[in-house]
Design a protein around this ligand. Structure first.
Ligand SMILES: Cc1cc2nc3c(=O)[nH]c(=O)nc-3n(C[C@H](O)[C@H](O)[C@H](O)COP(=O)(O)OP(=O)(O)OC[C@H]3O[C@@H](n4cnc5c(N)ncnc54)[C@H](O)[C@@H]3O)c2cc1C
Length: 320
């Protein structure tokens, strides 16, 4: 496909979309008001996990297609994607989610469960070291001829003057940029510690649990989660929340207690009643939206990006 496009946003959704458009032959520029390593995407844990996101039918297709891409990327250590095994466990009896079938999850026998947990399932899935992965996506985008410009847009009409095709991947920023009041920020805070020797992930999946709790071991660090505060746009880390995360995670994995804290991360999940993947004609050009992925932007990223390419091709033909 030829022609030029501007993608607004350098998070995982924007960069993946930009890679797919550039690799399809378009001349693509990413416009972003902050570097990708300080976006919400850089703060994420990040497991493949279709977590609380709609619309259900599309999410199933998007998440399984993205699972296949992330799995193939895990063959290259430079991507920051690794296949890691671990468990989701619950303090009360509950069923497995529908997506468990896509990762061949199997129920844990009682002897495999952590103290206090009565039900669980074990599986292997992509775990993504986000700073490394975003660096990989940026390099891949540049290799395909893409460019990045630092610029803040106050409205989409201004962006429509930049290229015949514009893709809005502004995450929680879409609330203001696309004047979309259905977008809410759900603030998440994580703690990164030195890896005390953990190899498998753990996630407390107790239905109705008041707090999130997960332990994601990367090669040399472990990401501990987390919080979910609806409507908070605060980007500074909160010390007492960090202490509470460490306390909760140490209670199920005692080796965490003495590990050195390396970093605190905060991100704003772009939550919306459902992901917005739509297109419209505006100012003589084509405007697409690809935002509102909530707590599952990594999990849906490749399939949503490919849908954008298909929509551009359908709307503009081989010459966008
Ligand atoms: C603590 C935490 C843990 C998470 N864990 C997981 C996980 O395990 N698995 C998973 O799949 N997902 C996870 N997520 C969710 C995931 O991080 C998000 O869904 C994803 O990062 C959204 O990506 P995005 O590119 O849409 O948004 P962002 O990463 O926020 O990027 C938005 C981009 O738009 C730019 N922008 C915004 N407004 C403007 C403007 N007006 N002008 C110019 N540029 C603008 C920003 O600068 C930025 O570059 C987690 C999120 C958090 C916070």
């Amino acid at each position: 496909m030829s022609g030029s496009a501007v993608v607004i946003g350098a998070g995982v959704v924007g960069l993946t979309t930009a890679v797919c458009l550039a690799e399809s032959g378009m001349d693509v520029r990413v416009d972003t008001d902050r570097p990708s390593l300080v976006t919400t995407s850089a703060a994420a844990g990040a497991m493949w996990d279709p977590y609380l996101v709609e619309p259900a039918g599309l999410v199933e297709r998007w998440s399984t297609a993205t699972l296949a891409v992330l799995t193939s990327l895990s063959a290259d250590a430079d991507t920051g994607v690794r296949l890691v095994e671990g468990t989701h466990e619950s303090r009360v009896p509950c069923g497995m989610p529908a997506w468990a079938a896509h990762v061949d999850a199997r129920p844990c026998p009682p002897g495999e469960l952590r103290p206090g947990f009565v039900h669980g399932w074990r599986y292997r899935a992509p775990l993504v070291d986000m700073p490394r992965y975003l660096t990989y996506l940026s390099r891949r985008f540049e290799r395909a001829g893409g460019r990045v410009r630092y610029h803040r847009y106050d409205g989409l009409d201004e962006a429509m003057r930049e290229a015949p095709v514009v893709v809005n991947c502004s995450g929680a920023g879409a609330r203001q940029l696309a004047a979309d009041p259905t977008v809410e920020a759900v603030r998440g805070q994580l703690v990164v510690i030195e890896n005390p020797g953990l190899h498998s992930f753990f996630c407390d999946d107790t239905p109705g649990a008041e707090e999130l709790m997960y332990i994601y071991p990367h090669a040399d660090v472990v990401v501990l989660g987390g919080t979910a505060e609806r409507g908070s746009w605060e980007l500074r880390a909160d010390e007492s929340a960090a202490e509470e995360i460490i306390r909760r995670c140490s209670a199920v994995e005692p080796s965490i207690a003495g590990a050195r804290v390396l970093e605190h991360r905060v991100g704003l999940r772009p939550v919306r009643p459902e992901v917005r993947l739509t297109e419209e004609r505006r100012g003589g050009g084509l405007l697409l939206h690809n935002y509102g992925h909530g707590g599952a932007g990594v999990t849906l990223s490749w399939a949503c990006a490919r849908d954008v390419v298909d929509r551009v091709r359908a709307a503009c033909g081989p010459t966008a």
